[in-house]
Each structure stands twice: as C-alpha cells, then as structure tokens.
Design a protein around this ligand. Sequence first.
Ligand code: HDE
Length: 704
Amino acid sequence: MSDHKEPNPKEQQLKGFHNHNESEPLTTDQGTKVTDTSKSLTAGERGPTLMEDFHLREKITHFDHERIPERIVHARGFGVHGEFQVYESLNDLTSASFLQDPNQKTPVFVRFSTVVGSRGSADTVRDVRGFATKFYTEDGNFDLVGNNMPIFFIQDAIKFPDVVHAIKPEPDNEVPQASAAHDTFWDWVVQNRESAHMIMWLLSDRGIPRSFRMMEGFGVHTFRLVNADGQTHFVKFHWKPTLGVHSLTWDEAQKLAGTNPDFHRQDLWDAINNGEYPEFELGIQVIKENEQFDFDFDILDPTKLWPEEQVPVRVVGKMTLNRNQDNFFAETEQVAFHIGNVVPGIDFTNDPLLQGRLFSYLDTQLLRLGGPNFHEIPINRPITPVHNNQRDGFHRMTINQGKVAYSPNGLQHNNPQPSSSGEGGFEHHPEHVDGAKVRRQSVSFQDHYSQATLFYNSLSDHEKRHLYKAFHFEVGNVKDPSIKQQVVEMFNHVSHTLAKQIARGVGVKEPEPVHDGANPTPSQALSQANTTYSPKTRKVAILLGEGFEYHEVDQFMNEMMQNGVHVEVIHQTLGEVKSANQEPVMVHQNYATTHPVMYDGLFIPGGQQHIDQLLNHYEANTFVKEIFVHAKTIGASQEGVGLLANNLPESFQTAPEQATDQLFEDLGIITARTNDLSSFSQTFLTALSKHRHWERETIDTKQA
Ligand code: HDE
C-alpha cells in the first residue's frame, strides 16, 4: 500500500491544476470580485433584469453548457487512482518500461463502468462491467481497456453498432433502461450465434458483481508483447482481485437498484477512504508465435478464451487502487481511453474486433470532449513531455513557441525529431501480411458453441440455477414467441439441459437433443465458486432492541473490527440504544435508512427484553428473513436464536435435534449458547468469508 507522502509523478502533475475555494473571494470567470451572487441586477426592485448583468449572464451561460455527451456505451462509470508494480522483470517478453523494474511504481487511473445504461442508471443492473486502466508510463500512456468478462458478443467490429442498437432501450419509447431483457436484443442474439458464449457469461452471476473490488478484469483481445530483440509472443491480459470474485443475487441487485443505485461506486469510494485499498494482480497468458495454431479455437477470435488449464495465467504484478478522485467530472467524465494508446513493447494483433476498436476510440473522444486537444485535459496528460507539430483546435492549452509547425524542417534543424526504436521510438511489429481484399470470415471463427458449453459445464450447481433464472427473466420478458423458441433452439446447441430449463421457464416447446459438439471437461477457473475467500471489508448488521447483552455486542464488534469486517448497529431510531445494564451503543442506521441488501451478514445478540421487542417488530423480522433468503451468514447468540428461529423456514424447525447444529453451520447459520463469543466469532468469520451459503437456496423457503 502506498502511504502517499510522496506524490507520484501523475499526482504532482494533477496538483498543478487543483483549485481550492476555501477562504477565497468569489469572482467571475474573469477574476473580478463580485458583490452578490444571489440577486440579479434589475431596473428597480420589482423591475426587469438588465442585459448588462455580466455576472448573471456568465453564471447562467456556464450552467447551460455544463453537460457533455455521455459515452455511447459505458456511460455510467466511476474512476479511481492507483499504482502498478511488476513483481519481476518481464524483459524476456517485452521492452515495455513499466514492466521491467519491480521497484518502479507506475501511476494508474481506472474507470469501472456498466455498458448499457445511461449515466444516471443503477450500478447493480445485469450487464458487462468495463474495467479500463490508464498506465501513465515513462514511455507515454498505455490504456488497457477491458471488461469483467474475457470474451465479447461479436467477432467483427462492424457489428458493434448493431449489437448496441439492439441492447439499448428500444427506439420508439426508450424502454427498457439498462437491460437486455427485451425483444430487440434477443432478436439480435438469435441472428448472431457467435454471441452464445458471451450470453452465457452475461446471464451468469458475473453479470451482477458484488463489488468492483470483487470482479476480474480481462483485456479480451489477443495482444502482442515484443521484447528488445524484436521477438514477439501472443498475450492475453487478466486482472485478478485479491478479494476473490463474488456476485449479488438477482433479487438483491434489483432491490439495490432502488435502495442504493450508487451501491458499487459508494463501495469503492468508502473502501479507499477507509484505507482498504482494492488490489488486482496482473496476469498474462502467453502463446509463442509458432504455437498459435496448436489450439482447437482461433487465438484471434474474441469470442474465445484461452482455457487456463491449457495456457496457465502467470501472475506478474499488482495494481493497488489507493486514492479517490478529487472531482468526478474533471476525472471520471473527462478521462479518454483508447485501445490504440500503446507503448513500445506492446503491440496489436489481427483480432478483427481489436482492429475495429482502433478506429472508434479516438473518434468518440473528438465528439465527447469537443475537439482534438482532449489529451491536454489533466487526467489524460501523459507524464512524459509531448512534442509534435499538431496545432490549434478548440480549447488548445499549450502555447507552442516559434514559427515551425511542420516536419521535416530546416529552420529548426528538423526538431522535434523522430526516434529510432533503439532510442525508444514505437516500431510496429513487421508482421508479414498478404491477402485478397474480401468481406469474408475465416472458417476458424465458425465454432460458436464449444466454449459456451465449456463455460456451462464449469459452473457449480448454484451458478447453473442462477443462470436458468436469469434466462427465465431475460427471455421471459421477450414478447415475440418465435424469438423465445429460437433462443431455446440456439442454446440447445450449448446444453440440452439448459435449453429444456429455458423452454420450461418461458413457456415454449422443449427441443429435441442435438449431438453436434464435444462435451468439454470443466475448467476450474471459470467458476466463481473456486476463488479466494476473505471476510475483509465485508459488512455485517447487528439488530438491537433496548436491553441487549452489552458484553456480546462489544466482544463481537471488536472481533469483527480486528478482522477488517465492518459492523453497523441497526435500531428503530437513530441516536443511542441501551443494553440490559444501561450501557449505551451508538446506532448507525434505522430501518428507514438501510436495508438488508446492504449487508453481507447479520448478528443477533442475546438479551430477553431486546429480543421480545424485535419479535414484535415487523421490520426486524423481515430483515432476518431477507438475510436468510439471500444466503448470507447469520449469527445469533442465546435469546437471539429466538428471533432467528421465528424467521427460518418450516423445514428448519423440524430438523432432527442432534443434526441441528451441524446443519445450521453448514448453511452459514452460527449459534452460541453462552455469552462468550470467541469461538463463535471465529466460526462466524469463516462463514462470512465464504460470501454466501448457496445450499440454502435448495431448502424449501415457503415459511421464510
Ligand atoms: Fe468499447 N467503446 N468498443 N469495448 N469500451 C467505448 O469509447 C467500441 C469493446 C470498453 O471507461 C467507447 O470512450 C467498439 C470491447 C470500455 O471510458 C467507444 C467495439 C471491450 C469502455 C467504444 C467495442 C470494450 C469502452 C464509448 C467493438 C472490452 C469504457 C466511449 C469493436 C475489451 C471506457 C468511449 C471508459 C468504451 C467502441 C468493444 C471495453 C464508442 C467499436 C470488446 C471498458 O469508442
């Protein structure tokens, strides 16, 4: 973790643009002090406003022009600063300067985003998440503009406007917002079978992450690494979160969209402010030039991943996100990513989606940021000097001196001069290219189902259950019955079981089995169930009525805090709540200001009076039920077990007495019979670190 005593070069640069208003007189944009900013200049107290009121006109005009076009995709996002360090030199693979020295910290700015929704849409919608990283390296900016899924909907960039038009709100009524659950999208899907694999990821739990801090990132495309000797390797980039990969349940995601549409940005902002810096390890998968045809997929096809069992991920460095932005508009909104921002040592391949993206990003910034000088906006500036003959345009900041704005030139001794590759100039890999001009796709791009099946086969039971439900919702919202039937037929090529599940859920004919592909062995890396577990930074609610056991609450809170878990006390009213021995505890939330979907776990301490109160309180009972249904860890001690039992499904009440404790623990329900909670807290923490207890979903919850 960085202590921030020494600002890194990017921070130093940004500081030069900071503007603090404290203790400063209010001025116009021209620097003239103003006497009043709340009353217009009028002819008489009740008279008309005067044209000469330059302050009024400037203030309102600026306001009228405050908005810029939102991004055509990835409109809603949130940016944070950080640093990247490589673990060991990668000089065998690349000459990129920021990948050489383990002691060097490279400043980064990361923008996480959703894809489909408008700028004001909710964070927790089902969608792909953008994961774009700008590395401010000593050789210029390198942008790794990736997503939280390793593949994409299409194989050719020319289809991008079509898929985006199909998934965005329908054009006649602009409904639905931030959702794929409508006719035009699924009509597009069934016409574009290459999307099968990506649809599987989108409808899996990956589409509803618990936190930006708990999702993977992928560069998606196949890039090229080039070393100082000009040798190249094909590479895929990965970001692996040290907190593991976790998701919300669909029901939570829906409720969060209403109760806290800023859930993900708030979570990231709070974590960084608390000093709980999110960390992502950079991983690379590498394929040698001469091995590129050794696979049963085309390594240039962006609808295919490289199975980690075949091409292991080498973990090569770590990114620590350690500083929140100062100003959302100046930084998150104005940051301009471009997949074409590469540095010597990193190069492109012929992946057709990558090639198409190379056109799009510069173009979109010209519109969005109003001209060709957006690289001068502070967040976009490289930390290296910029010298060239590009001039003028809207909002030019640099004052270029001298007469010469062309090259070659004699008047300025041909400066600024190009550099050879030995001097650090970017040299494109001299790949031999030869071919007829055609609008045709390679046959090696035509298998659309094998990896979709690989993904399906790799999911755990609960992930499969969630996938079925997602299909039921998404396709169930399609109005045209023929589209629904075509979806079933399409996904019958992925898995017959899946297709039957979809058909049942959306009320169309079940298909006959098809036998047209292999049945790949599962890949461990594709299931979230196999990722790291940690209770750190999780949030636990404690429900309190008057008269609780103080000792239990105190001990539990301390144990949680020592293990990096956040605890919030919830009571009917804000202020203080008193224990049985009159000890006050500060209340963080009442039932109106919070909701069970904001927490990862729940603790109900003992104390007869407090439990009697909570038992009679509708919202407290509902709270317990929701936490149970969302498969989160629940702890209850002594009389607290009474409130818990009151809200468990009937099948729990009838569990055989001797089996009860074990059954409860396996399902993430921890109970204590004494008021010494030390071993209880440890069991609770272990359960919390599992994220959820999905087996609970298979229990009959009629009574919960
Ligand atoms: Fe993008 N994409 N994209 N995209 N993309 C944009 O650039 C585009 C694709 C991704 O936080 C736009 O500045 C085309 C894949 C991210 O500011 C635009 C194609 C991947 C972000 C654009 C793709 C991405 C964008 C919109 C098909 C994952 C947000 C605003 C070939 C590897 C960056 C902007 C941020 C943004 C075009 C496909 C990731 C229009 C033509 C595949 C994370 O230029």
